[in-house]
Design a protein around this ligand. Structure first.
Ligand code: GLN
Length: 446
């Protein structure tokens, strides 16, 4: 079924980097065998899914949308991938993204851009753009994405689907190719909130293979979907509703708040005073961590090795300059600079301190409010090519998702209408490890 749909739309959407029909067929046969041998049928039995191409899949090419890894076939599964196999899903293929998850439009993929299924002249968002587009276009039932500064929520908003970034540490990062380790988090992209709860249930939980994995009990997320938000206290940050936000998007958020009010919730304006520093803080920290994480790509241990080198240093140098795309190089240079001695205190250390202030802003609001609501992104999707020569404008699309990532707290983007026939996302932000409340509110609103 999935393949029929893919045949119809994939040439226009281009969500996949690798499609492996044979692999999927074998998985389906295995599931059939499990049934005949008397094994129980789980909630997710047989559902066709897609995985963002920065999560390793045994025997299935994993490129991170980089030329550097065009030949990389992992020998193991990421923890989330094994968990989804255990949950009896069928992986159809690997989904396009910005190279090493750096970007917000999929235009940084070294292979091809993905197109927004609502209007193929527009970007699907990013970096999990392939993951969002494949779900929106009905090519897979749901997908996994990763979110470092908004990469699940922003593409979900642009593609009119539900995207959840869990609390940092709730879902294992083992087998997720690291971009910025203190921020990266895997989460579900789904058509609705109920599916999101099912998928989170399947992938959340402690993993000894990830040193930052949280040792916590996992609640029953499905039972949180009661539809009841009576008395819920909502804070709406004025910084997310002021300058820079498209007035039509703001209107949709206000309409959504009215719906929640109608259901018995109350909302008030609040302030997250350090929001204006979040983007600068993020680009220092994320680039610094990336420069360190991406040092492993040396042309020897993984991926493509340059043919043009005469000695070892040349080999490192040429493999990296031929393998990485321009945005990745920009970030490695920025990060290396910020970490270098003499600049470390002024940039990296300072950014860490501001990160703490941003987190404290949220802590203060959560003393009085149950959740925070605002837009996911300041505008709907933009046209392919419109921002690709202007990294700074592109960086500002994440102005409302990045603070949440820096604070390590969970947030979900849920569709809240259309502007110019393009979907708009409502961002619901929760306390650490309180995914249940997020899902409850998003579900009641949906
Ligand atoms: N767009 C942001 C960036 O370019 C966020 C990416 C992400 O969350 N992976 O870094």
């Amino acid at each position: 079924q999935s393949y029929t749909r893919i045949g119809q739309v994939e040439s226009k959407v281009r969500a996949f980097l690798t499609l492996d029909e044979e692999n999927a067929r074998q998985a389906a046969v295995k599931l059939d065998e499990q049934l005949t041998s008397g094994q129980a049928r789980g909630d997710l039995f047989g559902l066709p899914i897609g995985i963002k191409d920065n999560m390793v899949t045994e025997g299935l090419r994993t490129t991170c949308a980089s030329k550097f890894l065009s030949n990389y076939n992992p020998i193991y599964d990421a923890t989330v991938v094994s968990k989804l196999k255990e949950a009896q899903t069928v992986t159809i293929g690997k989904l396009n993204m910005d190279e090493f998850a750096m970007g917000g439009s999929n235009e940084n993929s070294a292979y091809h851009p993905t197109h927004n299924p609502w209007n193929t002249d527009y970007v699907p968002g990013g970096s999990s753009g392939g993951s969002a587009a494949a779900v929106a276009a009905g090519e897979v039932y749901f997908s996994l994405g990763s979110d470092t500064g908004g990469s699940i929520r922003q593409p979900a908003a642009y593609c009119g689907i539900v995207g959840l970034k869990p609390t940092y540490g709730l879902v294992s990062r083992y087998g997720l190719v690291a971009f910025a380790s203190s921020l990266d988090q895997i989460g579900p992209l789904t058509k609705n909130v109920e599916d999101s709860a099912y998928l989170l249930q399947a992938i959340a939980g402690y993993d000894a293979k990830d040193s930052t994995s949280a040792k916590v009990d996992i609640p029953d997320y499905l039972s949180a979907l009661t539809g009841d938000v009576k008395g819920l206290r909502i804070g709406v940050p004025k910084e997310y509703m002021g300058n820079g936000i498209d007035p039509a998007v703001k209107e949709k958020v206000l309409e959504a708040l009215k719906v929640l009010e109608g259901l018995g919730a109350v909302w008030e304006e609040v302030s997250l005073p350090h929001s204006e520093y979040a983007v600068a803080t993020y680009y220092l920290l994320a680039s610094s961590e990336a420069s360190s994480n991406l040092a492993r790509f040396d042309g020897i241990r993984y991926g493509v090795r340059s043919d043009n080198a005469n000695n070892l240093l040349d080999l490192y140098h040429l493999s990296r300059s031929e393998g990485f795309g321009p945005e990745v190089k920009r970030r490695i240079m920025l990060g290396t600079y910020a970490l270098s001695s003499g600049y470390y205190d002024a940039y990296y250390l300072k950014a860490q301190q501001v990160r703490t202030l941003i987190k404290q802003d949220f802590d203060q609001v959560f003393e009085k409010y149950d959740i925070i609501i605002g837009p996911t992104a300041p505008t709907p999707a933009f046209k392919i090519g419109e921002q690709s020569n202007d990294p700074l404008t592109m960086y500002l699309n994440d102005i409302m998702t990045i603070p949440v990532s820096l604070a390590g707290i969970p947030a979900i983007s849920v569709p809240c209408g259309f502007v110019n026939e393009l979907p708009v996302g409502l961002q619901v932000i929760g306390k650490a490890l309180d995914e249940a409340t997020l899902l409850r509110v998003a579900h009641a609103f949906e």
